[in-house]
Design a protein around this ligand. Structure first.
Ligand code: PAF
Length: 303
């Protein structure tokens, strides 16, 4: 099978053949695909025909960030997607997505205030604006996002809820290298020494989780342990405990919480997280977005 590549807005009518009994699934990406993206596609394929969008969105990068250097490899991406039975790839040009003066943007709510939102002003407005455009253009019934970008998932979930967008969101689990490093297109920036240092993110999450599993319920010592582990390999941006889904700072650790870390390792800014469900002494890893009970059971079997 050869993937149908839609290059302009005018090509989008070719998606109409996919609208039928099964939900149309969109997997939004910025390309430079890796196994983590392929997991999103496989998750989407369980639900219906899949359209993958590939668009390096300029408005979510800050002026000193890596928009120009961000890896772009459409031919390589298509080769990876082809065997997965993806129905179509939407790969528009910047002028197609942002032609004209473009005065209207989507501004995030409070969930975007801390974590990556604090260090990347305007980032989530850029993400929401492009995701809203993609939803309006592709008109998917379901959209799949990676849990690695936990804050992004929750900020988008709030947009969908507040703007009453008719799309169901699904978060797919983070795919890791054998040594635990979360897969990311930005891992390509790491040389061999930085690649080893990057394990500090995974180490920081493990330190936080171990403390919670041992019974610690005060966020301060947990974040201190995480920050210390992060400093062992990178320049920490943040190490935090937040509530899910509101992303507030909890007074006491309990219920569903996010352990989130970000650090600069060599030339790359990397993020990682784990979502935990804490019920008394029981601590288990869980999904980020509310899923239907049958899917939750299925996901529990896979993890
Ligand atoms: O997660 C990403 O790759 C991007 O932020 C997204 C959702 C495709 C929007 O540009």
């Amino acid at each position: 099978m050869t993937v149908d590549v839609l290059k302009t807005t005018g090509d989008l009518h070719r998606l109409d053949r996919l609208r039928g009994d099964r939900p149309l699934v969109l997997v939004p990406t910025m390309g430079a695909l890796h196994e983590g993206h392929l997991r999103l596609v496989r998750r989407g394929s369980e639900l219906g025909p899949v359209v993958v969008s590939i668009f390096v969105n300029p408005t979510q990068f800050g002026p000193r960030e890596d928009f120009a250097a961000y890896p772009r490899d459409l031919a390589g991406d298509l080769a990876l997607l082809d065997p997965l039975g993806v129905e179509a790839v939407f790969a528009p040009a910047v002028s197609d997505m942002y032609g004209g003066p473009g005065e209207v943007t989507v501004q995030p709510g409070r969930r975007a205030a801390g974590l990556c939102g604090a260090g990347r002003p305007g980032h989530f407005a850029g993400v929401l604006t492009v995701v809203a455009k993609l939803f309006g253009m592709v008109r998917p019934d379901v959209a799949v996002f990676g849990r690695k970008d936990a804050q992004q998932c929750l900020v988008i979930a709030q947009m969908v809820e507040d703007l009453r967008m008719p799309v169901r969101l699904v978060d797919a689990e983070t795919v890791r290298e054998p040594d635990g490093l979360a897969m990311s297109s930005r891992n390509r920036y790491l040389g061999p020494v930085d690649r080893l240092r990057a394990l500090c993110l995974q180490g920081a999450l493990a330190a936080g989780r171990t403390a919670i599993e041992a019974g610690e319920r005060d966020p301060a010592p947990v974040t201190a342990l995480m920050a210390e582990a992060l400093e062992a390999g990178g320049r920490p941006d943040y190490a935090e405990v937040r509530t899910v889904p509101e992303l507030e700072r909890p007074a006491v650790i309990g219920g569903r919480i996010l352990l989130a870390v970000a650090a600069r390792v060599g030339p790359a800014r990397l993020i990682d997280n784990v979502v935990l469900d804490i019920d008394g002494a029981a601590v288990r890893e869980t999904a980020l977005l509310a899923t239907r009970p049958a899917e939750r059971r299925e996901e529990g079997r896979r993890e």
